[in-house]
Ligand binder design. Structure first.
Ligand code: BES
Ligand code: MN
Ligand code: ZN
Length: 502
């Protein structure tokens, strides 16, 4: 897939060569000037004249007309060097990989040194290259009857790096590629329709991951879920013919099972809303209601590949939310595993119910730090739009670590407050300890507050990805549909995690 070489070999017959160009270079320096020499300095002229645009994300292809053995050169505009970031690099690379895939090249080379600046070093650039390569090449196959044409995709990338140690570049390419692939796996899970990804299917998928990466796996069946008293999770499943699964994966990267990170992902395979039924417009797309579970599974895949020195327990409550004579109803009172009773005011506020028991169960498995990810509320879309994940926490120190990871991964998040007054709204019920839907005012916040009741004193971050898990538009790093959001953030967070000193 990737090979790394030190010396640029202009006699090598590559199909393509990817080169980054910044706006208004005084003169081509370093690696570019050497390339320019091969073209009697005419590349400089083409950039100056604007025929090769250095504008951010522009892609220009020129043929080499035999001047070098490389057949064609793809120039990627990187904008102004002083404004350059890892995120911008990823976007620009996504653009060029998409263009190359569209032109059906199977092999290409890339000049890594043309993408490095003071801000983005060779190893960062290598990570961006392989990650963008995986992400931008992603396609959900779907279920159309196949055309005869076999799909051609870029398969071989030779990375030339004179300035950075080649072994380290290779290691960085491996990491970036794992991040991209894990995200793509999450995307595929989310894109898969509810009839093809039931809770049982998701459990089987988790088992396969466990077998591949040697994770400990536990799948709680309905009888065990009942025995453990997970009444909140069971209530959501009550109307379904599909059995619920509580999916647990454990990865131990430290000698002792301590400082355990619990990753909890909402795994609703389809959300009808239950008796508080969704509208016919609102129900379409609800196959994506397991986006949190997908992000957690994608993260576990990356963890399996990279084996960080951390301890992680992943907990995924999985079921659909259906209607039948057995289904739970508004006004029902249910008892969660924690013992807390809940008055159901809205069966469409089901995510927080399944997460309540999952959070409790993650603590049971020794989680000392919790991050939950969920397509939880339409309210987060109203509050923050479609590009920003909503975050809530009971621990600023833990949140800081998640936030840092999200910045680095280029997956923006913004914190919403959990003030006492909103927590009180969740605790306001005449018949139970809690209610699951205290009204639409700030409802992303009260949903978070509800889950917080189960995290209790354990440091916890809640990520509401209802707006960011899918996108209606194609983007630089992927097609329309599932984004795999938070997979990379969580993987980075786990990799860098530092426990609170006790
Ligand atoms: N799965 C939905 C949230 C959602 C909405 C995800 C739009 C993706 C796109 C969740 O279970 C839900 O129905 N939330 C309700 C909560 C309300 C009933 C308190 C909502 O946000 O409307
Ligand atoms: Mn719902
Ligand atoms: Zn839902």
């Amino acid at each position: 897939m990737f090979s790394v070489k030190n010396e640029i070999d202009y006699a090598a017959a590559h199909e393509g060569l990817i080169v980054g160009v910044f706006e208004k270079p005084e003169k081509f320096s370093g690696v570019l000037s050497k390339l320019d020499d091969q073209f009697d300095c005419q590349l400089t002229e083409l950039v100056k004249s604007g025929d090769i645009s250095a504008k951010f994300k522009s892609v220009n292809k020129i043929h080499s007309f035999g001047k070098v053995s490389v057949k064609r050169i793809w120039f990627v505009g990187l904008g102004k060097e002083k404004d350059f970031t890892f995120e911008k690099l990823s976007a620009a690379l996504g653009k060029v990989f998409k263009a190359i895939n569209a032109s059906k090249l199977k092999e290409t080379a890339l000049l890594l040194d043309s993408f490095t600046t003071e801000e983005v070093n060779g190893l960062d650039a290598a990570h961006a290259v392989s990650e963008a390569f995986a992400l931008a090449s992603y396609k959900f196959e779907g279920y159309k009857q196949k055309s005869n044409e076999p799909e051609k995709k870029l398969e071989q990338l030779t990375v030339y790096s004179e300035e950075t140690d080649n072994e380290e570049v290779h290691a960085s390419l491996t990491v970036g590629y794992a991040f991209g692939k894990g995200t793509n796996s999450a995307r595929t899970l989310v894109n898969t329709p509810g009839n093809m990804l039931t809770a049982t299917d998701m459990a089987n998928y988790a088992k396969e991951l466990a077998a591949k990466y040697d994770f400990e796996v536990e799948i709680l069946e309905k009888a065990e879920i009942e025995k453990l008293g997970m009444g909140a999770f069971l209530a959501v499943n009550q109307g379904s013919v599909e059995p619920p699964k509580m999916i647990v994966l454990k990865y131990q990267g430290k000698d002792d099972w301590k400082d355990v990170i619990g990753l909890v992902g909402k795994g609703i395979t389809f959300d009808t809303g239950g008796y508080s039924i969704k509208t016919k417009a609102g129900i379409v797309g609800m196959k994506s209601d397991m986006g949190g579970a997908a992000a957690v599974l994608g993260t576990m895949e990356i963890i399996g590949e990279l084996k960080p020195e951390q301890n992680v327990v992943a907990v995924i409550p999985s079921t659909d939310n259906m209607i039948s004579g057995n289904a739970f109803k508004p006004d029902d009172v249910i008892t969660s595993m924690s013992g807390k009773t809940i008055e159901v005011l809205n069966t469409d506020a089901e995510g927080r119910l399944v997460l309540a028991d999952a959070v409790t169960y993650a603590k049971h498995h020794g989680a000392e730090y919790l991050v939950d990810v969920a397509t939880l509320t339409g309210g987060v879309i109203t509050a923050l739009g479609l590009h920003t994940t909503g975050a809530m926490t009971n621990n600023d120190w833990l949140y800081e670590q998640v936030l840092e990871a999200s910045k680095e991964a280029g997956e923006p998040m913004w914190q919403l407050p959990l003030f006492e007054k909103e927590k009180e709204r969740v605790r306001n019920s005449k018949v139970a300890d809690l209610n699951n839907s205290p009204g639409s005012e700030g409802h992303a916040i009260v949903a978070g507050a509800f889950i917080g009741e189960f995290a209790e004193g354990t440091p916890w971050v809640h990520l509401d990805i209802a707006g960011t898990a899918t996108t209606a538009k194609e983007h630089d790093l992927g097609p329309a549909g599932a984004t795999g959001v938070m997979t990379r953030t969580l993987a980075l967070f786990v990799e860098r995690f530092e426990p609170i000193e006790k």
